[in-house]
Design a protein around this ligand. Structure first.
Ligand SMILES: [Zn+2]
Ligand SMILES: [Zn+2]
Length: 627
C-alpha cells in the first residue's frame, strides 16, 4: 500500500540528524528489543545511525517482502540486518551524501529544520466527551495517530447510533500519516477504525489481543485485506517517520493494554492510555513501572495521563478482589441459577466467573453477541483459560438443573438491546427469569446510564429474582495515588491530562501541580487544539476541525446539526402537516385543507382547535390564490 516516493526519501535525510540524537540514548538492550519498521522502505532509509546504507538492494528488498509477509520473519530479517550492521561502519555522514545524490529535488536544510521544527500534539476528539479518543502527533512531514475511538450519542442526539471523529486534518495531510498506534481494545479507542481507515489507510500497530479485536471489527466491515496490521509486543519499539514508539505494559479492565513512549526529535512524550496499577493481575504481568522509571530518567518532555478517576483518592483495587467477591456469591447462592452481567471486554472478569463456576461444578453459558465475540477472540489467542466441558450452548441450558448453571451476559449498563435487558423485560428467547435466580451486575453504571441500570434492577426484582449490584466491580482506571506514582516515575516537564470529562481533567491538572509541575506547564486541551511543544514552547498555536461526525445507521455524516435540531424540535413540539390538493394548471383547490398532527395534541379532544386551524389555513390559501 505504501509507495516509496521522493518526499519520503527527502524526509529520511531530514530526520537523519535527529534520529542520531535519539539513538544515542538507546542501550544495547533496547536496540535488541527494537523492531524497525520495514513495511515502508523509506523508514529503513531513515535510521542511518543504526542501519547504515547497504549496497545490496536485493537483500533489502527481500527483507521488506519478508516483513510484509510475516512478523516473525521480519524479526529474523531484523536480526540479520543488525548483524550485518555490526560488520560495517558507514557513518551517518556517508549516508547523508548518498541519499542527497539520490534525491533529485535536493535536500532540505537539515540543521535549520532541526531547530525550527516543533512537535505538534493535536487531539481530534476525546476531551470534551468520554470516548472518541484520537490524537495526532506531528513532526515535520510525519504524523502518527494514537487511538481511533468512537463515542456513543448523547441523550439529545435522536436516532444517532455512534459519533466518530472528524479526520479532515488527517485527510488534508494524508501523505504524512505513517500509522495508527492503538493502546487497547475498548470501543472508545478502536471503534472508529473502520470508518477512519476507509479514508486514511495507514498501518495499525497494536498488541496481540487488541489486534485480534480490531481484526474482528475489520472483518465485519470487509476491510481485513485492505488494512495493514502489525502485532507489537510490550517492550518493542516501532520506527515510523520522525517517530519511534515504544509499547509499555500496563493494566486496565481489558488485557494487553499498553502505554506508549513516543520518541520524537523534540523529546519524549509518554501517553498512558487507559491504565491502572494492578500488582496482582488475573492474567499476565503487572504494569511495567520500572520502564516508566527508566524513561523518566532519560528526561520526558510531556506526560499524557489517564484522568478518568482523578477525583478518587487512594488506589484502585486489584481485579483479583472481584474474584473473591464472586466466590462468596457462589457460596451464598448454591441453590439458585446465577446470571452475571459484565462488560464483554473484561476478559479477566469472565475468567474469574468461569473459575468460580468450575470450582462449583456449574456449566457456563456465554450470552450476548459482543460477549461471544470477545471471549471467542480471547480464547483463540490464549488470553482466557476455559476448562473442558465447562462451556455449554444456550440450547443445552434446559438439560441442566438451575443450580448447576451460570449465565454470563452482556447488558450490565442497561443497554436496551443487550441480553440482560431482554431477559428482564421477558423477551429473551432462551432465558426466562425465575424467582429463584440470583442476578449479579458486575459493573458500575457509566455516568449517564444510571437510570437504565436502575430500570433493569427494578424489572428483575419484580420478577422475584435476587439482584446483587454493589461491590462486584473494580475500576480499570488509576486513582489519585496511582496517577501520582506515574508522575513521580516519569517526571515530565509538561503535563497534559487526557481521558475523562472536563472535571476529571481539571482535578488531574491540580494533581500535576501538587506533584511539582509548574502551573504554566500543565495544559487542558480541547479537541482540535494544535499544541506546539518543545523545550522552550508549550502553547496552543492553532485549531483544526474536530467536531464529532454523527453516524445514523449506514449514513456517516449525513445527519448534521440542522437535521439534529429538527429532530430535537420534533421530539419536543410534535409535528403539524397541512395537506391541500390543487389542480395543475388552473390552480383550483380540489381538496383540503386537511391538518395532520403527530405528537402535538390529542386530536379527538381538540376538534375545535383543528377546525380553527383549518379556517386559518383556508384564509391564507384564499389570499394566495386570489393574487
Ligand atoms: Zn478509554
Ligand atoms: Zn479503556
Amino acid at each position: 500500500m505504501q509507495i516509496l516516493n521522493i518526499s519520503k526519501l527527502r524526509n529520511g535525510i531530514g530526520i537523519l540528524k535527529k534520529q542520531e540524537n535519539i539513538t544515542e540514548n538507546l542501550t544495547a538492550e533496547e536496540n535488541r528489543k527494537e523492531i524497525t519498521e520495514t513495511m515502508e522502505n523509506a523508514a529503513t532509509e531513515k535510521k542511518p545511525a543504526r542501519r547504515p546504507a547497504r549496497k545490496n538492494t536485493t537483500a533489502r528488498k527481500k527483507k521488506t517482502d519478508e516483513a510484509a509477509g510475516k512478523e516473525e520473519k521480519g524479526g529474523k530479517a531484523e536480526k540479520k540486518a543488525r548483524a550485518e550492521k555490526k560488520t560495517k561502519s558507514a557513518s551517518a555522514e556517508t549516508v547523508k551524501v548518498k541519499k542527497s545524490g539520490k534525491n533529485k529535488d535536493g535536500g532540505k536544510d537539515l540543521k535549520q529544520n532541526e531547530h525550527s521544527s516543533k512537535l505538534k500534539i493535536i487531539p481530534l476528539g476525546g476531551l470534551e466527551q468520554i470516548g472518541m479518543n484520537i490524537t495526532a502527533f506531528e513532526y515535520e512531514d510525519s504524523i502518527i495517530v494514537v487511538d481511533c475511538g468512537l463515542s456513543f450519542p448523547e441523550d439529545d442526539m435522536y436516532g444517532i447510533d455512534l459519533v466518530i471523529p472528524d479526520i479532515t486534518y488527517l485527510k488534508d495531510n494524508i501523505d504524512k500519516v505513517k500509522g495508527f498506534f492503538i493502546t487497547h481494545g475498548h470501543e472508545d479507542h478502536i471503534g472508529a477504525i473502520p470508518y477512519v481507515l476507509k479514508e486514511v489507510n495507514a498501518p495499525i500497530y497494536a498488541t496481540k489481543l487488541t489486534n485480534g479485536i480490531i481484526e474482528h471489527k475489520l472483518k465485519e466491515h470487509n476491510m481485513l485485506t485492505k488494512v495493514k496490521r502489525k502485532v507489537v509486543k510490550h517492550g518493542q519499539h516501532i520506527n515510523l517517520g520522525c517517530f519511534r514508539v515504544e509499547f509499555i505494559k500496563t493494566n486496565h479492565s481489558i488485557q494487553d493494554a499498553a502505554a506508549l513512549a513516543i520518541y520524537s526529535p523534540a523529546g519524549i512524550v509518554v501517553h498512558t492510555g487507559d491504565f491502572k496499577v494492578d500488582y496482582t493481575p488475573v492474567f499476565g504481568d503487572a504494569i511495567d513501572l520500572q520502564r516508566f522509571g527508566e524513561i523518566g530518567k532519560k528526561g520526558v518532555l510531556a506526560l499524557m495521563c489517564d484522568s478518568t478517576n482523578a477525583e478518587r483518592p487512594g488506589f484502585t483495587m486489584s481485579e483479583k478482589t472481584v474474584g473473591r467477591t464472586i466466590d462468596a456469591i457462589f457460596d451464598d447462592n448454591k441453590n439458585s441459577r446465577i446470571i452475571i452481567a459484565t462488560f464483554a471486554s473484561n476478559v479477566d472478569r469472565v475468567q474469574q466467573i468461569i473459575n468460580a463456576a468450575y470450582k462449583n461444578g456449574r456449566k457456563v453459558i456465554v450470552e450476548g453477541r459482543s460477549m461471544v465475540n470477545i471471549i471467542g477472540t480471547a480464547s483463540e489467542l490464549g488470553y482466557i483459560n476455559i476448562p473442558d466441558n465447562t462451556l455449554i450452548d444456550i440450547e443445552q441450558l434446559k438439560n441442566y438443573p438451575d443450580e448447576q448453571t451460570v449465565i454470563i451476559t452482556t447488558g450490565s449498563q442497561g443497554e436496551s438491546m443487550a441480553a440482560l435487558s431482554r431477559m428482564a423485560s421477558g423477551i429473551h428467547r432462551k432465558v426466562t427469569i425465575k424467582p429463584n435466580d440470583t442476578i449479579v451486575l458486575s459493573s458500575n453504571p457509566i455516568p449517564g446510564n444510571e437510570k437504565a441500570v436502575s430500570n433493569i434492577i427494578n424489572e428483575l426484582s419484580m420478577k422475584g429474582a435476587k439482584v446483587i449490584f454493589q461491590d462486584v466491580h473494580v475500576s480499570g482506571h488509576a486513582c489519585q495515588e496511582e496517577i501520582k506514582l506515574i508522575y513521580s516515575l516519569v517526571r515530565p516537564k509538561y503535563a497534559i491530562p487526557v481521558h475523562g470529562e472536563y472535571r476529571h481533567l481539571k482535578r488531574h491538572a491540580e494533581l500535576a501541580v501538587e506533584m511539582g509541575i509548574p502551573k504554566e506547564n500543565v495544559k487542558i486541551l480541547s479537541a482540535g487544539d494544535v499544541l506546539s511543544i518543545g523545550e522552550d514552547v508549550f502553547d496552543v498555536t492553532g485549531k483544526v476541525q474536530a467536531q464529532g461526525i454523527l453516524v445514523d445507521g449506514l449514513g456517516v455524516g449525513d445527519v448534521g446539526n440542522i437535521v439534529l435540531r429538527d429532530r430535537q424540535q420534533l421530539s419536543e413540539n410534535g409535528l403539524l402537516i397541512v395537506v391541500v390538493t390543487l389542480e395543475a394548471g388552473s390552480n383550483q383547490q380540489v381538496a383540503g385543507p386537511d391538518i395532520v398532527s403527530r405528537g402535538f395534541v390529542y386530536v379527538r379532544e381538540a376538534e375545535n382547535l383543528m377546525d380553527e386551524c383549518r379556517e386559518v389555513v383556508q384564509e391564507a390559501l384564499d389570499n394566495c390564490l386570489d393574487r
